[in-house]
Design a protein around this ligand. Structure first.
Ligand SMILES: [Mn+2]
Length: 378
């Protein structure tokens, strides 16, 4: 039974500037991921590698990046019987400046490597596998539409439709997965989709319809990336297996800064909540209420943690700073917040014990923050 390895949205050549000093390393990791995918095709004796769009991050990748891809595909076709079927996507669309037309001759020299849409190509028959792979590239950059008029080949045992796009959203705006009406009708064995950054399966299509997501981390808001789909086409249906190929992951932590005296003690809390992981990008959200004197310095915090992770994103400040005594006195009496502050301050003066004082102080700060419309709970 035919086996295909399905990937999309590799985004080779993306600058990854958000990774700062780690960007070059991660760009190299993207290449390594393509090599791992090629290895997987060889190991699995797959009949085809399908790339459902956005193999390249743009139509202007460096010559070195294109040469790397050509070399990997040459390795694939010499070490295996597999065909490679590429669909241009929304980042590497098939327009007049397309990477696929600029390097037409080089791609053309490779045996069994095809670009759907180039010279009107709409389907590729995979020899000896009873398999035909069909696809139509998105028509224009920034407009992602499915090609609903693809027709399966009745003489082929298995037909796979390859589509790139989502409903709504432009190229940088994230749309939702295709709805069923965006998929071409009856007679398909599998829908190989691309454009969404993380793994997603469309329910109700009758046969599996899968977005594998990027095989490696490319975006800060990434999450469920890092996989390819291994698809075994059988007479009684396609079996899809999610195969991990990505090296990096994202770790998210929400950490309370309340009562922390400095950045170092916050770093300690982060370590208690997450495990250090040299392959993880840490996304940190700081919550709670802190005093101005605590001096939470984002840069200190990142410096403290940077050795524990592949990269630490600048922390998101979702915390609030306590109102100083001086500011409390100045809250206007005609507002509820002013009267509340005065009332609580007089209770503070009457407090009997240190514990009681602290309790009233917390209630005062929390109450003032709430009355000022700040979201300090949870
Ligand atoms: Mn795309």
């Amino acid at each position: 039974m035919p086996i295909i390895i399905h990937t999309s949205d590799v985004h080779l050549g993306t600058p990854l500037g958000w990774l700062g000093p780690r960007a070059a390393e991660q760009r190299e990791e993207l290449r390594r991921t393509l090599s791992k995918i090629v290895d997987l095709v060889v190991e699995q004796h797959a009949d085809a590698l399908v790339v459902a769009g956005d193999l390249f991050h743009s139509n202007n990748p460096s010559a070195a990046t294109v040469r790397f891809v050509l070399r990997e595909f040459a390795r694939l076709t010499s070490d295996s019987k597999a065909s490679v079927v590429l669909l241009p996507g929304s980042h590497d669309p098939l327009d007049i400046e397309s990477v696929y037309t600029s390097y037409r001759a080089e791609f053309g020299k490779l045996d069994r490597v095809s670009v759907l849409g180039l010279d009107g190509l709409r389907s590729v028959a995979v020899e000896n596998a009873g398999l035909t792979i069909h696809g139509d590239p998105p028509q224009r950059q920034g407009r992602d539409r499915g090609a609903t008029d693809l027709v399966p080949d009745p003489d082929s045992a298995f037909n796979v439709a390859v589509l790139h796009g989502s409903t709504g959203g432009g190229d940088d705006e994230e749309g939702g997965p295709f709805s069923l009406s965006d998929l071409p009708g009856e007679g398909w064995s599998y829908y190989a989709l691309g454009h969404l950054p993380s793994w997603h399966e469309i329910e109700g299509a009758g046969v599996p319809a899968v977005y594998p997501g990027s095989p490696e981390l490319v975006a800060m808001d990434g999450g469920g990336q890092g996989h390819v789909a291994r698809v075994e086409l059988r007479a009684n249906g396609a079996i899809v297996t999610k195969v991990r190929v990505g090296a990096r992951s994202i770790v998210e932590a929400r950490v309370e800064v309340t009562d922390a005296s400095d950045s170092f003690s916050i770093a300690e809390r982060v370590r208690q909540e997450t495990r250090s992981n040299p392959n993880a990008v840490l996304r940190l959200v700081l919550t709670g209420l802190t005093s101005a004197e605590a001096g939470i310095d984002d840069w200190d915090l990142v410096e403290e943690l940077v050795g524990d992770y592949f990269f630490v994103c600048p922390p998101v400040r979702d915390y609030h700073v306590k109102v100083s005594d001086q500011d409390l006195v100045q809250l206007p009496e005609r507002l509820v917040v002013g009267r509340f502050a005065r009332h609580m301050r007089s209770r503070l003066e009457e407090a009997g014990s240190e514990d009681e004082r602290r309790e009233i102080e917390d209630a005062l700060q929390l109450g003032v923050a709430l009355l000022q419309g700040k979201d300090v709970i949870g």
